[in-house]
Design a protein around this ligand. Sequence first.
Ligand SMILES: Nc1ncnc2c1ncn2[C@@H]1O[C@H](COP(=O)(O)OP(=O)(O)O)[C@@H](O)[C@H]1O
Ligand SMILES: Nc1ccn([C@H]2C[C@H](O)[C@@H](COP(=O)(O)O)O2)c(=O)n1
Length: 271
Amino acid sequence: MVVNLLKGFCRAVLPLYPRKALSTNVLVRRTPSLGKHLIGLSRSSTSVNHRKLVRNGEEKKSVIWIEGNIASGKTTCLEYFSKTSDIEVLTEPVSKWRNVQGCNPLGLMYQDPSRWGLTHQTYVQLTMLDRHVLPTASPIRMMERSIYSAKYIFVENLYKSGKMPEVDFAVLSEWFEWIIKNIAIPVDLIVYLQTSPQTCYKRLKQRCREEEKVIPLEYLESIHNLYEDWLIHHKSFEVPAPVLVIPADHDLKKMLHQYEENREKILMAHC
Ligand SMILES: Nc1ncnc2c1ncn2[C@@H]1O[C@H](COP(=O)(O)OP(=O)(O)O)[C@@H](O)[C@H]1O
Ligand SMILES: Nc1ccn([C@H]2C[C@H](O)[C@@H](COP(=O)(O)O)O2)c(=O)n1
């Protein structure tokens, strides 16, 4: 009875409101661009169960993207949340980028971006799209980056720095526009791990991935600025979901503490 009443309410009233603003008490600041910036949650919402409303007899799945600079701690964050039941985690397919049929497009791109940037980013686009359309097995999906950041951050960086020829950029842009127009890429929340480029540089050196040994601090600064313009200042491109910013320069212990503090905000992203 109560469930039916609730369902009726949802059907009649929810469509009248912006989806994310009503049901979770998420405080959303509207910005001049298309994006919204999530700046906090009201206290009462923290007790809400993260299981979703039922629509058309199906459980609604939530999709959360973890975004951030290279070596900002995305994988570490995902590893932490992967221990929670009901959450499935999709990391970036970096191993594929390092080995597609015996070739290493990631390494080639770092060696000669003008020659191999298009090759690498085409493969990134394909493999990220493959991730986005993978059927979800759990109520909550957390994934590392997205086809959006591939285009808005990495392709943009190659082009803006003069390392991608105009024709390569045009072809990738047309592909991207076609994909987002014709294929549903669901997302409910973007978690932005905000770091300084210096922190990332330190962590990158510590991780010591062979292909990345040639990355200078300036490269991480450019990626950082593009992320900030996109997700913080809303100066560049459409932001497809609310953004939760987590300062991520801290040591691991403090980061895990912050993830715990933000757990409800993140897991209620679908409401
Ligand atoms: N909060 C942290 N403090 C110190 N080192 C960290 C922290 N988070 C991650 N690391 C280390 O930094 C490196 C990059 O982290 P990782 O999670 O792989 O980043 P990303 O997936 O964003 O590239 C790894 O060696 C990881 O162990
Ligand atoms: N569209 C992309 C996405 C990532 N990369 C590079 C950057 C790193 O060297 C590597 C993996 O990134 P991480 O998960 O460590 O932040 O892939 C790229 O070139 N283009």
